[in-house]
Structures are given as C-alpha cells and as structure tokens.
Design a protein around this ligand. Structure first.
Ligand code: ADP
Length: 483
C-alpha cells in the first residue's frame, strides 16, 4: 500500500499546531503496518535545512516560477517529497503569515501549488512511484482531490482529513482562473463556497472519503451550530465521514525519557514529577510550593481555545490557593489579559508568550493539571500529553476532549476509571464549577494520585488510529494494492 500524505506542516520541521504532530507521527505508525507513506511538504527554509540526502526528482514551471521536487528523509520512517519553489516558500517564520502577522497575499498560489503537485503525483506523474491513495490534510491540500476528480485519467483514491473546520482556505472567485482550476467546478457541487473559491469545501465535495480527528467532532460538524457553513455538505456526506481520534508520539512524549524534563518519572513512581514542579515554578518565578495546585495552559491564544473563560475565573483560582502557568501566543487582547493578571499576581500567575517546544514539555511534566477550556476542539493533543505525564486534564466536553477524557464523576471515581474533569457547556460558570471540583479532588491526594495513574496507563499512542487509517485505505483500493 502506497500513500501520499499531503500537508503544510510536519513535526519536527515546521509546526504551528496539532496538524504537524499528526503528519509527523502517522508515517511511522503506518510503516509498522506495512504502509509505504511519503509526505509532500512545501520547501520552507526550515524544511530545506532539515531534510537529509535530498535528491531532485522532477522540475517544472509552477504558479509563476520554477519548482523542483526533492526526495529525502528526516527519519528512517519519514520519507519526504519536498516542493522546492523558492518564489512561493523561501520565506522564514510562520508558514501562513508574513512579518506583519497577516496571511501572505499569494497563499492561494502557495497551497494551490502544493495541491496541484499532489494531484499530479496522484495521477501518476512521478516515474517509479505511484500512490494508491492521496491523503490530503486540511484546506492547504484541499484542492488535490478536486484536480484529481477532474483529471480524466486513472487516479489514486482520495482521503481528506479535517483537522480544524475553522480554517477553510477561502479566496476571491478570480483566484480560480489564476490557479487554473476547471471553471465548471466553480459551483455548489464543486469547489465554490458562498461565492468564493473554497479549498477545503472543494476537497470535502470531491474526496472519496472524509475523516476528522475524533468521533464527537465528526458529529458536531454536521450540525448548523458547529458546521461553520459546511454542515449541509458534511451531513450529506455522513456515510463517507469518519472520526479517528489522534494518537500522540509516545517516544517524543514520554515522561520517563524526556530530555526536556529535569527529573524523568514513570507511573511506578511520581517522585520526579515533584522535582519537575518546583523546577517549573522556579523557572517561571512562581512561589515554590508543592501544595498549590499548579494549573497549566499550553495553547494558541485564540477565541476557539476559550481562554477568556479562564481570565474570568482567575479570582476563583487564586482564592483557592492555585497557581497558573500559561505558555502560548496568539491574539493580543488575550496576551494582554494574562500579562496583566501575571503582573498583578506575582508568584501566583506566570506567562511565557511565544512558541517554545522544550518548555511545553516542562509545563506538562511540572504542572498538576492542564486546562483546555475550548469552545470547540477537533481532537486536542495537550490533554493527551497531560494524561501521559500524570497532569490531570480539565477540559470542556466538546470534540476530541469529550472522547479522550473520563470525567471524575462519582461513578467513575468509585470505579477508578476517572482520568480528568470535564465541563459543559463551555461557559464561565461551568468552568468555575470544574475548578471547584478540581480543588476538592486536589485536597484528596489518594484520589488525585489514582486519577494521575489511570491517565498515565491509558493507551494514547498511534496504534489504534493507524489501524483505522489502514482499514480506510484498504476499503478504497483493490486487494492487490493492500498491504
Ligand atoms: P491546535 O492544533 O488547535 O493548536 P492541539 O491541541 O491539537 O491544538 O495542538 C497544539 C500543539 O501545539 C500541541 O502539540 C501543543 O503542545 C503545541 N503548542 C501550542 N502552543 C504552544 C506554545 N506556545 N509553545 C509550544 N507548543 C505549543
């Protein structure tokens, strides 16, 4: 089974969110099931610098400049096809935004080019390697199934995964011509989305199968409230849409062997975690206090993540003797809110604004609880890292957060199966109740410890999800191609 994965991010080369983690972990997880996955990735500077043994395999004119495809790898299991198109991708920093913090004005061309090349490979343009399946991720790869549907030649099967429906890749109608899209596809039954070119919309219409990253999110996005204007289409394709909950890379996220964690620990003894807590407190200038419930946030600071709810509940957290550590970057008003709170409460609230992968590991190891109060959350990864690190997740009961955490209600506590706390709906009041419950449980060390251990032994790796992706690929391909 040969699969071309098409993505705009891949950990560890380029990452703004969970998509990178998933794209980085899937090839290895699938390799152990006999799937040969290659990943098509834009040649941003970080990618060009990180890929080993890159060999040119193809060259052509593409979206107003010369482009090459380079074959290389970054790990034994991660084989890349890098789209080296300097006129589109030789720009440092964030993959989508220019230095002014706004989308690059030619993003339609940049990710149109990615999708175009994916479609060409999916219709057999690459000598010696023809995929059975093209697996496109998010809007940046959304036009690949569109072009393939219109190719008029034998093609690979297509799968499109939605990592976040909020990002749809919408561009003015004239870009259809600029991109060379088939004009007959600019309609409701095609890539047109409310008068614009919709990269994701087109992919959702044309891909053979659709997936998203948790069963609950798969249901939510078929409703008007959560479907972001695409619920009708998604509902009509319900039979082709499945939710497959993400795993996490258990080697990168292993509290017993994490090079970013000063005192490693395993579920057999949590002694190291106590040291990691004071190290984190010391590093952030928080009072070194083993008894204070240290709540962490590692997140993009956006409305989706519900962190304004937390701002409103800071008085409660402080009144109960808790501490808060925030690692994030995003909207200035949220940063300002947390910065102000930290300045007003030195030693109790600390923030680090920016993106810092090593520090995110220390947060997971050193904190007692990880808070994810999202308004919607396709899957969410930080609560899974929390489980693995014995850092009790406190989450809104939405999307993947609903699917991955067992709430500490009375029955779950009595049966010893609770792994965290859930609250619903995502409101200030419900978050307040969840925090109150967290402090009550924190005051019962044996109960808290049991939740930690239960979480640490949950299966959060990729095995299960990888098998489900393989089953999906197999359902789309003739038996001869199946691994
Ligand atoms: P999303 O993809 O919506 O941002 P996820 O929970 O799926 O949310 O994935 C977020 C990923 O980004 C996690 O791996 C998390 O640890 C990481 N992350 C988010 N913000 C930061 C930050 N400021 N520094 C380091 N890592 C971060």
């Amino acid at each position: 089974m040969r699969v071309l994965s098409v993505t705009s991010e891949l950990f560890p080369l380029i990452k703004t969110g969970g998509l990178a983690d998933v794209a980085g972990a899937l090839p290895g997880a699938l390799a152990s099931l006999g799937v040969e996955m290659r990943t098509l990735l834009p040649g941003y500077p970080a990618v060009m610098a990180g890929v080993q043994g890159a060999q040119p395999i193809h060259e052509q004119e593409l979206m107003g400049g010369r482009a090459r495809l380079l074959a290389g790898r970054i790990a034994p299991d991660i084989e890349l096809i890098v789209l080296d198109a300097p006129h589109l991708f030789a720009r440092p920093g964030n993959p989508y935004l220019g230095p002014d913090g706004r989308d690059w004005p030619d993003n339609h061309r940049r990710f149109g080019a990615l999708s175009r090349i994916a479609a060409d490979i999916g219709t057999g343009s690459l000598p010696g390697w023809r995929p059975d399946v093209v697996h496109a991720h998010d809007w940046q790869a959304g036009l690949a199934p569109v072009w393939m549907a219109f190719a008029g030649v034998p093609r690979a099967a297509t799968v499109l995964t939605i990592h976040n429906l909020a990002f749809q890749g919408l561009f003015p109608a004239w870009t259809a011509h600029d991109l060379g899209l088939p004009p007959e596809g600019f309609r409701i039954e095609g890539y047109e989305s409310w008068g614009r070119v919709g990269f994701l919309k087109g992919g959702l219409f044309h891909a053979d199968r659709l997936t998203t990253v948790s069963p609950t999110y798969a249901r939510e996005i078929q409703t008007e409230a959560e479907g972001m204007g695409l619920h009708g289409l998604l509902h009509s394709r319900a039979r082709d849409l499945v939710g497959i909950t993400n795993g996490i890379d258990e080697e990168v996220w292993d509290p017993a062997a994490d090079r970013h964690v000063p005192a490693p620990y395993a579920s057999s003894t949590l002694d190291g975690k106590a040291e990691d807590k004071w190290r984190l407190q010391e590093r952030l200038g928080l009072a070194v206090d083993p008894n204070a419930l240290l709540v962490a946030v590692v997140s993009r600071l956006t409305e989706q993540k519900g962190l304004d709810l937390l701002l409103a509940q800071l008085p409660l957290l402080l009144a109960r003797g808790g501490q808060l550590a925030v690692l994030g970057s995003g909207q200035p008003w949220l940063e300002a809110g947390f910065r102000g709170a930290a300045e007003a409460n030195p030693g109790r609230i600390a923030c680090f604004f920016g993106y810092d992968e090593p520090l995110s590991h220390l947060f997971q190891a050193g904190a007692d609880a990880i808070l994810v109060p999202s308004r919607f959350e396709p899957c969410g990864l930080t609560q899974l890292y929390g489980l693995r690190y014995g850092t009790v997740p406190i989450v809104a009961r939405v999307g993947g957060l609903a699917d991955t955490i067992v709430d500490a209600n009375e029955a779950a506590l009595a049966d010893g199966i609770a792994t965290g706390l859930q609250f619903s709906p995502p409101t200030v009041e419900a978050l307040g109740t969840a925090l109150e419950r967290a402090f009550e449980l924190w005051a019962q060390p044996t109960v808290w410890r049991r939740m930690q251990l239960r979480g640490m032994t949950r299966k959060v790796g990729w095995r299960h999800a990888a098998q489900r992706y393989l089953d999906l690929y197999r359902s789309l391909t003739p038996p001869a191609a199946s691994a």
